[in-house]
Design a protein around this ligand. Structure first.
Ligand code: GUN
Length: 277
């Protein structure tokens, strides 16, 4: 089994962005909102912030209490929406249960929705685009292949469907939200994408010989991240694995920042008007 090295691909994307920011003298800004202190969310925000700063994306971070009311979160988003120095807004999910996530996401100015959450967003979801990039790293010819995506969330399933159909890969893909209901499809899939949050759920007996496996699952256990796919087990059977950690995750961060850089010229007029240097 060969490993799809997501860190290497991410580093290439980040190096390209750093150069673009320098060459075009861009001033991209990312506004991050973190509600509460859930350890995984804190870690993901730190990773995104560090990568942003490394390539020259300015970061404005607002950390709110886990008991912050909806109105306080909306106020921060509104101030980021108006802020000419902020090109992209990231609300780290999940939000506390009492907060209506949909309403919060809908309050983000679509031109700044660098997470691609809104249906009208001009940006691809970094996570879905990262899965695509991981497949591209494998160099496999995807035409006519059977793709099975095992996903937990509705939104992710819908976005993935939209993405695959736009890419003209609509020939043969299945989105399955209950993996226990689709073992037969899993066994014959050429390409398996997972975003389940079920650590080590997929093993060698469940997959096709020579399958390409893209693990988008991340579950924190103590200070470790564990993917949906048991890497050791599938190593005897799969052709490629994008492991978790080290596969889709780092590429997702790099593509989030690519969206911020893409959003930057959209805000150029705004910046001029506000006298931003
Ligand atoms: N939490 C887990 N994944 C993501 C992501 O891609 N974006 C945001 N905003 N929060 C997340």
């Amino acid at each position: 089994m060969k490993i799809i090295d997501g860190r290497k691909r991410a580093d290439e994307i980040l190096a390209g962005l750093k150069k673009e920011i320098k060459d075009k003298n861009l001033r991209p800004g990312l506004g991050i909102i973190l509600v509460g202190a859930e350890p995984s969310s804190c870690l993901y925000v730190k990773v995104k912030e560090t990568a942003a700063k490394k390539i020259g994306v300015r970061v404005r971070k607002q950390i709110l209490s886990g008991r912050a009311p909806e109105s306080e979160i909306l106020e921060v988003i509104e101030s980021f929406n108006r802020d000419a120095q902020i090109d992209g807004i990231l609300v780290q999910l999940p939000l506390p249960k009492e907060i209506p996530t949909d309403k919060i996401i809908r309050s983000i100015e679509p031109n700044k929705d660098v997470d691609g959450f809104l249906p009208e967003s001009r940006f691809d979801s970094p996570f879905i685009a990262a899965i695509w990039q991981a497949l591209k790293v494998s160099g496999e010819n995807l035409k006519g292949k059977k793709i099975l995506a095992l996903v937990k969330s509705d939104i992710f399933g819908q976005r993935l469907t939209g993405f695959l159909s736009r890419k003209g890969l609509c020939c043969d893909y299945t989105i399955c939200q209950k993996p226990q209901d689709c073992p037969a499809a899993l066994k014959i899939a050429d390409i398996v994408i997972t975003a389940l949050g079920q650590p080590g759920f997929i093993n060698a007996a469940m997959v096709n010989d020579g399958a390409v496996l893209i693990d988008g699952g991340t579950t924190r256990q103590g200070d470790k991240t564990i993917g949906d796919i048991d890497a050791e087990s599938v190593s005897r059977k799969a052709k490629w694995l994008a492991p978790s950690p080290g596969g889709v995750g780092p590429i997702t961060v790099a593509l989030l920042l690519r969206n911020v850089v893409l959003a930057c010229p959209l805000g150029a007029g705004r910046k001029r008007a506000a006298g931003v240097k």
